[in-house]
Write a protein that binds this ligand. Structure first.
Ligand SMILES: O=C(O)CCC(=O)C(=O)O
Ligand SMILES: [Fe+2]
Length: 210
């Protein structure tokens, strides 16, 4: 599917329901490059993920167990990803007037048994995270491998969707509105999570774009 058609679809679904889930959506060449890169990074370049301003490690481990590596422009794959997400940003701004201003993203590696309990990626009035983008880099993922993403409605305990972290699936949702969780993975699970932020500059402080 050409990118512009896919961006139309994403915009329509985000507008209508606040999220979209598209299997095999990330361009294949890009997905392959990212999947290769995430597996070639040294273990020492990953760090235990934190949760917001929460610095208490014991507390953090109860909530999430993945390890992350922030993505930048310094590699071909990273730069291709940031290029693609910049196109998506522009498309969303043109179609939905979201005012997305900057983007940050990391690879995540969930080892066997790792999970991320139900959470929101942003809280109203804080952080300015507006739109979450998640994609998966696992060429083969069986039902027995676990690690599904559950997406919940703003209120309520029954998930709206259970998403398998299959290669190239793209999940996009409004960061403040959809609680979600990652069920324990039974094998290595590789993904990218990213967030578009809106400008939080005020007269006191200029928000740098990166
Ligand atoms: O990997 C996923 O499916 C979601 C990850 C997530 O919720 C996060 O990193 O905030
Ligand atoms: Fe999240």
């Amino acid at each position: 599917m050409p990118s512009s058609e896919m961006f139309d679809q994403i915009a329509e679904q985000v507008y209508a329901q606040g999220y979209c889930i598209l299997p095999k959506a990330l361009p294949d060449e890009l997905a392959q490059a990212l999947a290769t890169e995430v597996r070639s990074l040294p273990q020492s370049s990953f760090s235990r993920a934190g949760i917001g301003r929460q610095e208490d490690h014991l507390m953090t481990e109860v909530i999430r167990r993945d390890e992350i590596h922030w993505i930048d422009n310094s590699t071909a794959a990273g730069s291709a990803w940031l290029n693609w997400t910049a196109q998506l940003q522009q498309a969303m701004n043109r179609r939905l007037f979201l005012g997305l201003f900057s983007f940050e993203s990391h690879y995540a590696h969930y080892s066997e048994g790792d999970f991320y309990k139900k959470h929101l990626d942003a809280f109203r009035g804080q952080q300015n995270r507006m739109l979450t983008v998640v994609t998966y880099l696992n060429p083969e993922w069986g039902d027995e491998d676990g690690g599904e993403l559950l997406i919940y409605p703003e209120q309520g305990e029954n998930p709206l969707h259970k998403v398998k972290p299959a290669f190239g699936t793209l999940v996009i949702f409004l960061s403040e509105e959809f609680p979600h969780e990652v069920l324990p993975a039974h094998t290595d699970r590789y993904s990218i999570a990213g967030w578009y932020r809106i400008n939080s500059s005020d007269s006191q402080r200029i928000d740098p774009a990166e």
